[in-house]
Design a protein around this ligand. Structure first.
Ligand code: ARG
Length: 459
């Protein structure tokens, strides 16, 4: 039976009912909905809007309903439209007229807004926990690979040697900013809309501060129209998901490249790879590809909610019912992607020998050779030019810079001495970096120490 049937002389067609209903996807808010209703019933009782006995009966019955839903004993119906009216109908079926009093001083508009906010508070904590595991995994791997040398790239061309630890810590920093963004977004999620009514407030002597306390919200939203009409906090949440997915997808792209025969830097564990139905030799990095692909979906979720909200007049409009689909999808996709990714990197094999080999070829010590000449008093531009000619000479001969004889070195500049060989060895190039935040072994140790210190501060 429709809870709003009074004003209607004709029932909706069943296709319209189906089109209008959101129970299929909003049923996952049952816990938040009941939590919000319990707080509301307590507030109504405390304020004398319903009697203490009525309040208690409603609260206890809602608790029973929650238990029954969790045990799979409750069936929701399309006729009751959404999770809010389904639960209210069940309540009324169980306790009759007292159940009908629950919706006093409340609208579904402030009810659904409080449900999504409660849901997103929970999801932010869940995202935090998977991101923490990812950070721990990156830190662990970085500690294992402080001496693993590899090529650093720009334009996907070998540029300067770095350590794998340095590369991993670059991602650590990205994910720790993602975490900051979620924490920041949480401050705006954590505000109470309940008690705003449909849009204009209610005529009852309610206590919204009590509701905020009961439900654990840090603040009460100061304007009821804003409270029921806006979903900026959800857009922000999806935005945080989209940025995190973007970071993940870059790392996935690298793992896909690194596991190709062309790079051969890592081997993703069999348990995170799949085979081909036709080519027996294939082992594909599907998980990494899927995370890269799902990033597109989450961007779509962001665009979807932004577009749903665009141009909506104040206050609530039914368009907003569509908010849940992208919100749920973004949160689910992000959590699953981060978890799979973490397990995948913890189980992959790093081929340190191949990385080191790649770091030794490709003239990545050319900048260091130029810096050597600068230290002998030549202007950097001239050094750049000399080393450029030397690289060309070596390419034609098919040798590395440090394979030139002293005579050959001298033929390019008489400033070269025997110590050049040590200066342009791959580990020397890494060691010689002195700027704060560089790839030098010392700097990477300092970065790791800083991470540990921040972690200790937090715990
Ligand atoms: N199912 C609706 C939603 O998700 C609940 C709010 C409905 N409010 C209304 N005035 N029709 O947005």
């Amino acid at each position: 039976m429709k809870l709003w049937k009074g004003r209607f002389s004709k029932a909706a067609t069943s296709s319209a009912d189906e089109f209008n209903a959101s129970i299929e996807f909003d049923q996952r808010l049952y816990r938040e909905d009941i939590t919000g209703s319990i707080a509301h019933a307590r507030m109504l009782g405390k304020q004398g809007i319903i009697t203490p006995d009525e309040s208690l009966l409603i609260v206890e019955t809602l608790q029973d309903i929650l238990k029954d839903i969790e045990e799979g004993k409750v069936e929701f119906t399309i006729e009751s439209e959404d999770i809010h009216m389904n639960i209210e109908s069940i309540l009324t079926e169980r306790i009759g007229d007292v159940g009908k009093k629950l919706h006093t001083a409340r609208s579904r508009n402030d009810q659904v807004a409080v449900d999504i906010r409660l849901y997103l508070k929970k999801e932010t904590a869940a995202v935090r926990s998977v991101l923490t595991e990812l950070e721990d995994a990156l830190e662990k791997l970085a500690k294992e690979h402080t001496d693993t040398v590899m090529p650093g790239y720009t334009h996907l061309q070998r540029a300067q040697p770095v350590t794998l630890a340095y590369h991993l810590l670059a991602y650590y920093q990205m994910f720790s900013r993602d975490m900051e963004r979620f924490d920041d977004c949480l401050q705006r999620i954590d505000r109470l809309p309940l008690g705003s009514g449909a849009l204009a407030g209610t005529t009852y002597d309610t206590d919204r501060d009590f509701l905020a306390k009961e439900l654990g919200f840090a603040q009460v939203l100061p304007n009821g129209m804003d409270a029921v009409a806006d979903r900026d906090f959800a857009i922000e949440f999806i935005n945080c998901c989209a940025i995190t997915m973007m970071h993940l997808s870059r790392f996935c792209e690298e793992l896909i490249l690194w596991s190709s025969a062309e790079f051969d830097f890592v081997e993703i564990d069999d348990s995170f790879s799949t085979g081909s139905s036709i080519m027996p030799q294939k082992k594909n990095p599907d998980m990494a590809e899927l995370i890269r692909g799902k990033t597109g979906r989450v961007y779509g979720d962001l665009m979807s909610l932004l577009t749903i909200c665009k141009g909506l007049p104040m206050a609530y409009n039914k368009d907003l019912q569509e908010d849940k689909i992208p919100v749920f999808d973004a949160a689910d996709t992000l959590k699953a992607s981060v978890s799979i990714f973490t397990e995948m990197i913890l189980t992959m094999k790093v081929k340190t020998g191949n990385m080191e080999k790649a770091a030794k070829y490709g003239y990545m010590n050319a900048t260091d050779a130029a810096d050597y000449l600068v230290s002998k008093g030549l202007p950097f531009r001239d050094c750049h030019e000399i080393i450029g000619r030397m690289v060309l000479y070596c390419i034609n001969k098919g040798i590395a810079l440090d394979e030139l004889t002293m005579e050959e070195f001298k033929s390019f500049s008489d400033k070269f001495d025997d110590d050049i060989y040590d200066k342009i060895a791959v580990r020397s190039c890494i060691k010689a970096k002195r700027s704060k935040g560089s790839t030098s072994f010392e700097s990477v140790e300092a970065q790791l120490a800083d991470i540990d210190e921040k972690k200790n501060e937090r715990s």
